[in-house]
Design a protein around this ligand. Structure first.
Ligand SMILES: [Zn+2]
Length: 733
């Protein structure tokens, strides 16, 4: 007779199978979110305009003097006048057309835009040409001041570069397409012969190749050839220490501030590592040089043949693992194959996937690759609100955390899912086709669909419709799990159940892991494409744990109570309470000053000053300093009891004990009575221990606990979420 055993499912799932993850080195996630600097304008197809541009910069007085000899392709001067854009603070001194002087345009005829806009259109009437094929050369001389000091972009951590439309000053020079520091024809590609003159202790860097350099009379003059047509010319200058080195015909360089110049070998070495991997994967590097340039304001900018990284990022060295690789990948995507911004932005998501994620997977760091997928899924879920989110196709550029979650993280995961759908061979064939077909032109999502469809040999329209055109992600639930035993079968245990998803359903290939008694794991993939999908599994031993996509290969919609506790849950909660100590020693106050300063400017935080905190409200809490320590020491907080023990001078987390005055802790626990909220504690055993962490606290938002010694992470990991729709522990018989 058949012996049937029913294994009832447990109520809520109490275990989340994320192991303790320790990072080999100090690694800040998302410290730098890159912006590929391309002109956010619609694609143009006209032949390039050639500029012979000479500029003189005087940082002390914010002054620029320029002369530009512009060869206009025929169609640019089809009418009787031409117009271009120039910074409103620049005065035109002289205009010539084919050697003939023309009246200088009257400034009042072109209205000066309201700051901070630097877009001012200048129109010049042209005399008729003798014959239509005659070359058309416009020469302009101009001068003025460009002084727009970068302003902090705000927020608890860096999301986008500080705001500036271009700056010339003693602290640095940054001139970009938004500056209109030379006569600019929008929607048009240009090439340049550029001469830059600066004080002799300054160094300039721009696109293209440096041809010559002279120093005379206290001025340094460099000549550059920018022969690859570009949408926009960016120039940076500062009192850099320059280091150069050749690698396989590519000139590698660093332009670093004197105090960071010792980091040059690290950056060159890291650049070589990335170039090696990405030239193998993507094909020849598109430019003749690559330079790492330190910026005087926070930024992560990927420009043709160089990258501008803020000093904070540079100082952390290449142990900040993603920024440099990300900018290097932009050499192909964004700076060679252009993005048609009017029709969306696929470039950031693909660059994020190949750099911030795929580098680890390809180099065998599976633990870090897993962590990145997990953080991408968590970021999407924390920073998008279901009824406010928009589809990937509607992302253009990043202003907010939600833009980042959709345009970078969700899009990167969409490429990951596409790769799993197509298989590696076809996917990377498609990636190389994007470069092959797209270099020098503009591609949009529909072009990518065609390219991947061709590479896969089958239509992928449904995939793009689901992940690029439709907002959201599958919201799954496990139901009706039943296990029956039949000793006459080879696989004695039959497990049945249903995967539910909210409508309209997504089609996904859902990885399923079943842990079996005796330590084995049964792994399989369900194709799920309907609101209620029944399944049957035949198993050789009793299943003890059932999990959907435990390795985070899919983007799934998770509710707040299904996410592990972490500081970012506090940051994203509709109700946030900050508890600060009522009384502090001078030293404690100094140790936490940078954190308080950061928090003070943030809207929507309820602040309580008390030495005896209680967790009473349905809200997320952040407790800082002695307030945090006291509440944990009191034993009255029950949110983390099973993982955490605190004794005078030491903290035990899971099975490890950390003691000593140089230790600081950032620990997040579920709210004891409301699982969608979190309670985060930040404290240390001395003011010196918290000080170095205090400034960067919000870069550590993705872990349930972090232990710092002298500011360096020595342990980190996750606590389980209170609820999970994706996992269940099956009771033992
Ligand atoms: Zn980027």
């Amino acid at each position: 007779m058949e012996n049937t055993k029913f294994l009832p499912m447990s109520g809520f799932i109490r275990q989340f199978l994320i192991s303790v993850i320790r990072f080999p080195q100090f690694a800040l996630w998302m410290a730098l979110l890159c912006v590929a600097m391309a002109n956010p304008l619609e694609a143009g197809t006209s032949p390039p305009i050639h500029h012979q541009l000479h500029i003189e910069l005087n940082p002390d007085t914010h002054a620029i003097t320029g002369s530009d000899r512009i060869q206009l392709p025929q169609h640019h001067r089809a009418g009787s006048s031409i117009s271009f854009v120039l910074h409103p603070q620049l005065t035109i001194d002289r205009v010539e057309f084919n050697g003939q002087s023309l009246p200088v345009p009257n400034p009042s005829s072109s209205p000066i835009p309201e700051p901070p806009s630097t877009r001012r259109v200048v129109e010049i009437s042209l005399p008729p040409l003798d014959h239509p094929d005659q070359p058309a050369v416009l020469t302009l001389a101009y001068h003025g001041l460009i002084d727009d000091s970068p302003k902090a972009s705000g927020g608890l951590r860096f999301v986008r570069p500080d705001d500036t439309n271009g700056h010339i000053g003693p602290n640095g020079v940054y001139l970009t397409y938004e500056t209109f520091w030379y006569p600019t024809w929008e929607k048009t590609l240009s090439t340049f012969d550029l001469t830059i003159s600066l004080p002799s202790d300054w160094e300039a860097i721009t696109q293209g190749r440096q041809l010559a350099q002279t120093v005379t009379d206290g001025r340094r003059t460099t000549q550059w050839a920018i022969t690859l047509a570009s949408e926009a010319l960016t120039l940076a200058a500062n009192q850099f220490v320059v280091h150069k080195q050749e690698w396989k015909g590519i000139q590698l360089a660093t332009y670093l501030f004197p105090e960071d110049a010792h980091l040059a070998p690290q950056y060159v070495e890291a650049t070589i590592r990335y170039l090696q991997m990405y030239t193998d994967l993507l094909g020849p590097y598109p430019f003749t040089k690559f330079a790492v340039v330190e910026n005087f304001f926070p930024s992560g900018l990927g420009l043709p043949s160089f990258t501008l990284l803020g000093q904070g990022v540079v100082k952390r060295g290449y142990t900040q693992p993603y920024s440099l690789g990300h900018e290097i990948v932009h050499s192909w995507f964004g700076n060679s194959v252009f993005n048609d911004f009017a029709k969306g932005n696929w470039v950031e998501g693909l660059t994020t996937y190949l750099a911030n994620y795929y580098y680890d997977e390809a180099t065998g760091n599976q633990e870090e690759a897993f962590n990145t997928r997990r953080r991408m899924v968590h970021e999407y879920n924390l920073y998008t609100v279901p009824d406010k989110e928009y589809p990937v196709r509607a992302f253009h550029h990043k202003e907010t955390r939600m833009d980042n979650a959709i345009g970078y993280q969700k899009t990167a995961l969409a490429f990951h899912m596409l790769r799993r759908e197509m298989g590696d061979k076809a996917f990377f064939k498609g990636i190389r086709r994007i470069i092959h077909e797209g270099t020098g032109t503009y591609l949009e999502w529909n072009d990518l669909l065609q390219i991947f469809t061709k590479a896969a040999g089958r239509d992928l329209g449904w995939f793009f419709q689901q992940w690029i055109d439709r907002p959201g992600a599958p919201n799954l639930k496990i139901q009706n799990i039943l296990v029956q035993e039949d000793p006459t079968q080879q696989d004695r245990f039959t497990m049945t159940g249903t995967i539910l998803q909210t409508e309209p359903p997504f089609t996904v290939h859902l990885p399923v892991h079943v842990d079996l008694e005796g330590g084995q794991t049964h792994e399989t993939i369900f194709t799920v494409d309907r609101p209620a999908q029944p399944f049957t599994l035949h198993l050789p031993a009793i299943p003890t744990h059932f999990a959907l996509d435990p390795k985070h290969h899919l983007l799934l919609r998770l509710q707040r109570d299904q996410l592990p506790p972490m500081l970012n849950k506090w940051e994203t909660d509709a109700r946030r309470i900050l508890i600060r100590p009522e009384t502090m020693t001078k030293e404690e106050e100094q140790g936490l000053a940078a954190l308080f300063q950061r928090l003070d400017g943030q809207p929507g935080i309820e602040t309580i000053q008390t030495n005896d905190p209680v967790i009473s409200e349905p809200a997320s809490y952040l407790l800082i300093g002695s307030s945090a320590r006291r509440l944990l020491e009191s034993g009255s907080f029950t949110g983390c009891q099973q993982h955490l023990d605190i004794q005078p001078g030491e903290v035990s987390i899971k099975d490890q004990t950390f003691g000593g005055t140089e230790m600081a802790f950032l620990i997040s626990c579920p709210h004891p009575r409301a699982a969608e909220h979190t309670v985060t504690f930040f404290f240390g055993w001395s003011p010196e221990a918290v000080k170095p962490v205090s400034r960067l606290l919000f870069f550590y938002g993705w872990d349930s606990y972090l232990v710092f010694r002298q500011g360096k992470v020595i342990a980190r990991g996750m606590f389980q979420p209170v609820h999970s729709a994706r996992e269940m522990i099956l009771n033992s018989p």
